[in-house]
Design a protein around this ligand. Structure first.
Ligand SMILES: NC(=O)c1ccc[n+]([C@@H]2O[C@H](COP(=O)([O-])OP(=O)(O)OC[C@H]3O[C@@H](n4cnc5c(N)ncnc54)[C@H](OP(=O)(O)O)[C@@H]3O)[C@@H](O)[C@H]2O)c1
Length: 393
């Protein structure tokens, strides 16, 4: 039904491309474009020869991207490049009257800070053009927002607290590697934590707050409070909310490596002089670390991401846990990617599918929890991310 342009031939881009090909009745034409054509070629070779067209594009350049969108006649852009490109890609969509979808909010390359402000500021522009920009259609953000909307719709009159719990119990066999883009990942976990309570953001030191959560099928794991972007939109859209927090699991070894790298300055994002050349330590570290796209065949174990919501239904207290478990090896067998890319790429494809089919439609810039969660939840079950709900005491 539509020609989709996928931008970014990385770990997540691979999954989105495979999944769009598996849903070719919706994605009748697929173009995968990236900074390097070779990244697109690698993915295209994994698929039937006529399944995907490929193109080279620098998505930092709005005009270059707009030319590509116009030339190929793309009807929807899925942005799975890096968060640094969100604004230029949104601008190219505005310039060419094309709907937009992404999985991560805008981050400035020179500042370890991410927020929706600049993307939300484009609401009126998208609205005037009658276009939808769907933000954060990955797993977290993404599915976690949909879980919250589903809990609100079916289980509560008022939700008072939400804990988002993200566990990756996968083992890739390396002493240290990140499961998605190292720069984005390390910037996120080395930053101060933050949670929202009674209308205020409360800042914590990195890894200051820890709890142990017993993840079904994985077992008890140390889970640390981090700031995560979906909280920024959920505090606006979940009624009666008094507190929201985000926790992610980390092993001892990962945290020790990260602390060491931080202590010696390797997580720095400002240029330093080295033998007459300017380098950014974090970028250099990225060169040294294993490419997340190569972790797929080595990673074993499960991911388990979900939300615990507590509140009131018909005057009674209620607490539920909605979660999804994925197996890294099964993900690799299906689309040649490990579970973290898989759990991000599948919801990106689903969001795009609902947009193309007109099942999620609106004019302006929207977050996931603003749409009817039921159709998205059905698609998760059909497209490889089955979920479960438990009522807790
Ligand atoms: N919501 C979630 O649950 C979630 C979870 C994980 C990741 N994410 C997000 O998903 C996105 C992709 O992550 P990933 O792990 O796939 O990262 P990745 O493996 O590093 O892939 C990013 C791709 O973007 C391409 N790219 C970078 N700059 C570009 C530019 N200027 N123009 C065109 N292409 C460019 C790179 O291209 P080349 O290879 O061609 O150089 C690379 O292939 C990121 O935004 C990440 O934050 C979201």
């Amino acid at each position: 039904m539509a020609h989709v342009l996928i931008i970014g031939a990385g770990g997540v881009g691979r999954v989105v491309t495979h999944k769009c090909v598996m849903n070719k009745e919706t994605f009748t034409k697929i173009t995968l474009a990236s900074r390097r054509l070779s990244s697109c070629e690698t993915i295209a070779k994994e698929l039937p020869s006529d399944a995907v067209n490929i193109a080279q594009v620098d998505a930092d350049n709005t005009d270059e991207l707009a030319d590509l969108i116009t030339k190929i006649g793309a009807q929807l852009v899925i942005n799975v490049a890096l968060p640094y490109q969100d604004l230029t890609i949104m601008d190219a969509c505005l310039k060419t009257n094309t709907p937009y979808l992404d999985t991560a909010n805008y981050e400035h390359p020179d500042e370890a800070k991410f927020e929706y402000k600049e993307q939300w500021a484009k609401h009126e522009a998208f609205k005037e053009k009658g276009l939808l920009a769907l933000l954060g259609s990955g797993f977290d953000p993404g599915v976690t927002n949909v879980f919250c909307a589903y809990a609100q719709k079916h289980y509560f009159d008022e939700i008072h607290t939400i804990d988002i719990l993200d566990c990756n119990a996968g083992d890739h066999g390396y002493a240290f590697a990140t499961n998605f883009n190292p720069e984005i990942n390390l910037r996120e976990v080395s930053a101060n934590g933050r949670y929202w309570e009674e209308g205020k953001w409360i800042e914590t030191k990195p890894m200051e707050i820890k709890m142990v959560w017993d993840y079904p099928e994985v077992g008890p794991k140390d889970s640390y409070l981090l700031y995560h972007e979906e909280m920024e939109s959920l505090v606006k859209h979940i009624k009666g909310l008094k507190r929201i927090r985000f926790f992610m699991t980390f092993g001892e070894s990962y945290l020790t490596h990260m602390k060491c790298l931080e202590n010696v300055g390797m997580l720095g994002i400002k240029e330093v002089e080295h033998k007459g050349q300017k380098i950014v330590p974090m970028e250099f570290l990225r060169t040294l670390l294993p490419d997340p796209a190569t972790l797929g065949p080595r990673t074993k174990g499960l991911t388990n991401i979900g939300i615990v919501a507590e509140g009131i239904k018909d005057g009674q207290k209620k607490k539920i846990y909605i979660y999804q478990v994925s197996d890294h090896e099964k993900c690799y067998a299906e689309v040649k990617s490990q579970g973290v890319s898989y759990t991000t790429g599948v919801p990106a494809m689903i969001g795009a599918k609902l947009m193309i089919e007109g099942k999620w439609s609106a004019k302006g810039v929207f977050n996931m929890e603003e749409f009817d969660p039921d159709i998205f939840m059905d698609e998760l079950n059909k497209q490889g991310l089955p979920w479960q709900i438990k009522e807790l005491d």
